[in-house]
Write a protein that binds this ligand. Sequence first.
Ligand code: CMP
Length: 140
Amino acid sequence: MVQRTFSIIKPDAVKKNAIGEALGYFEKAGLKVVAMKMLHLTKEEAKGFYIVHKERPFYDELTTFMSEGPIVAVVIEGEDAIVRVREIMGATNPAQAAPGTIRAALGANIERNAVHGSDSGQSASFEIPYFFSALEIMNI
Ligand code: CMP
């Protein structure tokens, strides 16, 4: 099934000049970028995005990190895009990420792990409209 999912190139990867490298993994896998914007989240905006994690011990640190510098938010489209983006990113902890994945190549630790991707259709349905209006998502 063709799906849309949401991904972020996080501040650590943007700072490393690795936006193109990270997006290349998705494109080389045959997935399409159908929406994209660069922005610098406020702490409050990062907290709203990660609201599902608000009870977690890492919530404050995570949202400080996600608002420390610019990010690139994208919508990715393709066959089984939700699970495929997660496979291409690798495990949340870069130390456990399989070779050839984005997080193995670019992640530093479990927090500074280079990329985010929606973990389910339900997450994608919250995350895509958090960043993009329908008019900003292309039919390519
Ligand atoms: P992400 O896919 O963006 O979803 C939630 C984020 O929380 C995750 O990637 C990590 O950046 C971060 N995270 C998850 N677990 C931990 C943890 N144990 N300590 C710090 N950060 C974490």
